[in-house]
Structures are given as structure tokens and as C-alpha cells.
Ligand binder design. Structure first.
Ligand code: ADP
Ligand code: MG
Length: 351
């Protein structure tokens, strides 16, 4: 995982900017009816007919958002697309197109960018989005990738952050904390590898965590699931920064408070055991870890029966009047204020 296995190396200058763009994008052909014109003109042309158009963009910078020491470029391409599609699903929409802009230094051979683009292509295929353009430029330092995702939704299906009401239930998809603990495992292995390049890491027991970090999946399945269940969330957000900060966003935007129940937070057994190994509180990891790319939303209590028992969805709390504030109700039934990061009060807490 950690060695550089690039065998053949073609210098970027051999292709030139336009040659490189052609080379990287030759396999992208548009599939969707909404894509009228993709790569190859001054602008892409789209047609969403009478639907709402959703647009979201993210910038990933080497050394800030990713570390190529343990992030294979193919995974980076895949993840960069996921991060963006997740924002479209968080609006209860369908993701349809992406643009990819990259800044690269010539320390990257063409083959490295092919790897990056193979991850992008895989993500586009699995998630059924067209790559419709981008920009390519050189960088004097690290690699940067900026992706813009476009999507669509019926006017009455779009879900914003500001619609939660007191007494609404707070619901989360999947489980939390695994991506962050995957990163902790990878960083530990990187240090071991630095000290002893011949070490052979045995990461089998961490597979789920590492996958959640290196190959996250955005919740494409949730907007159609909610539609099937006949549930329209009152508010929704994706979990990129950690549960507590996302709850705070929903509360502030919706002008409500919240009670989150510690015992309800969904954790994979692998997260619980790795937290024991690292001697970290698993609740704190779920609250502050980030990069889970799950969806967090609120629903009216009247809709509870429709979601009850669904294995993808867990009710973790409820909204309150704004004046009641935002709290975590611990297993010991203590009420602690919910804060976004560096949550020290957890450390004194007894389980
Ligand atoms: P312009 O001079 O108008 O910026 P470019 O030569 O940069 O055009 O791009 C030519 C075409 O290739 C455009 O359709 C653009 O969107 C697309 N493109 C450029 N760079 C990338 C990239 N890194 N990934 C995908 N498409 C790209
Ligand atoms: Mg350009």
C-alpha cells in the first residue's frame, strides 16, 4: 500500500496541456439525457427541463485534505467525486454531472493522473453522473482537485437545512466514526513505515475503517428510499465534519434546539474495538470525527412509523425549542452541551 509502484513514467510535458486533457478525458462519454454537450466546447450545455438545478463545489488540497503517502490516486479521484455527490444527495436530489479541475506539478507523471482519472471514471459510472468538463493547470507545489457537482430535484422535493421544527425526530443514515478511525490507523502505519520501510502492515482487522476513509460511498440510495417510504425530511445535511457540527448547522439554520441520545448513535463494532485500542471515546469520534458522508435529517413525528425498523436509518434524537439549546444526553442521563469540536467534557465522563 505504501510503496510507489509507478513503473512507466511519462513526463507531463510530453503531452502538453491539450494533449493531456484529451488523454485524460477520452473515455468520458455522456450518458444522461440532461447532458446536451459535455467536454470539448467553451461550456457544457445541460437541460433540466422544469426541475430545480442543484450545484455544489469542493476544493481538495494535497497536505490539507489528503496525503498521497497512503491515499492511492485512484481512491483520491473516487473520493473527490463522492464528497461532492454527497452534497447533492443532502439536498434530496439526484446527482447528474461533475466538472473536474486539477492543478498538478510536473512531479506527477501522466500515469499518476491516469490513476486519478480511473477513480473519477469509476465513481461516475457507479453513481451515474457525466463528467462534463473541467480545467487543467500547473501547480508549483502540491496537487489540487476542485470538483463541481450538478444535480436536479423536483421543486417540491428539495430539502434545505432550515426546515426542522421542535419535536421533529433527528435521523442518521449508516454508522459514524469509521472514516476518522481509518485515518488514525493509516497515520499510525505511515509512522511505522517511516521507521521501518520493510515492515509489512497487517491491516485485515481494520478493513472496514480503511475503506470508509479511502473509498467512502455517498448515500445515493437515500433520496429514492425516502421517496419510496413517502417521507420528505424537514431538513437535511451531509456529515462531512462530524455529527455534532452538522446537528449545530441544522439547529442554527432552523432556529431550533436538539437532544441527541448517546446510546442511539450508530457505531460499527470495528469502530468500538479500534477506539478501545486507541483509548479514545467512541462517542467523541462519532461526534467530531468527520468524513462519514452519511446523511443527517429531521422528520415529522407523524412519519416515524414509515421509517421504523429500516436498517439504513437510526433515530438518534429530537429537535426542541431553540431556547432549550443543543444537548447530548449521555448513557448516564447527563445533559451536556453539544459543541462542534475539541469536546473535552467527554474525557471526564464515566460510562
Ligand atoms: P478553455 O480554454 O475554454 O478553458 P480548455 O482547453 O481548458 O478550455 O478545456 C477544453 C475542454 O476540456 C473543456 O470542455 C473543458 O471543460 C475540458 N477540460 C479541461 N480540463 C479538464 C479536466 N481536467 N477534466 C475534465 N475536463 C477538462
Ligand atoms: Mg481551461
Amino acid at each position: 500500500m505504501f510503496e510507489n509502484s509507478q513503473e512507466s513514467k511519462t513526463n507531463l510535458s510530453e503531452l502538453g496541456e491539450f494533449g493531456l486533457i484529451d488523454h485524460l478525458t477520452k473515455n468520458f462519454s455522456p450518458k444522461l439525457d440532461s447532458t446536451i454537450k459535455a467536454i470539448g466546447d467553451d461550456a457544457a450545455v445541460l437541460n433540466f427541463e422544469n426541475k430545480r438545478t442543484l450545484v455544489s463545489t469542493d476544493l481538495l488540497v494535497e497536505g490539507v485534505h489528503f496525503d498521497l503517502a497512503y491515499m492511492p490516486l485512484k481512491h483520491l479521484g473516487y473520493k473527490a467525486v463522492m464528497v461532492n455527490l454527497s452534497d447533492i444527495y443532502a439536498m434530496n436530489g439526484t446527482a447528474t454531472q461533475v466538472t473536474i479541475s486539477i492543478a498538478v506539478s510536473n512531479r506527477f507523471p501522466v500515469e499518476a493522473l491516469e490513476e486519478l482519472y480511473s477513480g473519477i471514471q469509476l465513481a461516475a459510472k457507479i453513481y451515474n453522473v457525466d463528467v462534463i468538463g473541467g480545467d487543467t493547470t500547473s501547480s508549483t507545489s502540491g496537487l489540487m482537485i476542485s470538483i463541481t457537482a450538478l444535480g436536479m430535484a423536483e421543486e417540491d422535493e428539495v430539502v434545505y437545512r432550515d426546515g426542522a421544527k421542535p419535536n421533529d425526530l433527528l435521523v442518521v443514515t449508516g454508522d459514524l466514526g469509521a472514516a476518522y478511525m481509518g485515518l488514525q490507523v493509516l497515520e499510525r502505519e505511515k509512522e511505522v513505515f517511516k521507521a521501518n520501510p520493510n515492515s509489512q502492515p497487517d491491516l485485515d482487522q481494520y478493513t472496514y475503517l480503511i475503506e470508509r476513509q479511502l473509498k467512502p460511498e455517498a448515500r445515493k440510495d437515500i433520496p429514492p428510499l425516502l421517496k419510496d417510504l413517502d417521507v420528505k425530511p424537514t431538513s437535511m445535511i451531509d456529515i462531512s465534519d462530524g455529527l455534532s457540527s452538522e446537528i449545530i448547522h441544522l439547529c442554527k439554520n432552523s432556529k431550533v434546539g436538539a437532544n441527541l441520545f448517546e446510546e442511539k448513535i450508530p457505531l460499527d463494532p470495528a469502530v468500538i474495538s479500534v477506539c478501545e485500542e486507541f483509548e479514545i471515546d467512541s462517542t467523541m469520534i462519532a461526534l467530531s470525527g468527520g468524513e462519514d458522508y452519511e446523511l443527517l435529517f429531521t422528520i415529522s413525528q407523524d412519519d416515524y412509523d414509515k421509517i421504523k425498523g429500516n436498517p439504513n436509518l437510526t433515530v438518534i434524537g429530537h429537535m426542541t425549542e431553540e431556547s432549550e439549546g443543543m444537548h447530548l444526553v449521555t448513557r448516564a442521563n447527563q445533559k451536556l452541551p453539544l459543541i462542534a469540536r475539541g469536546w473535552n467534557s467527554m474525557e471526564d465522563k464515566e460510562d
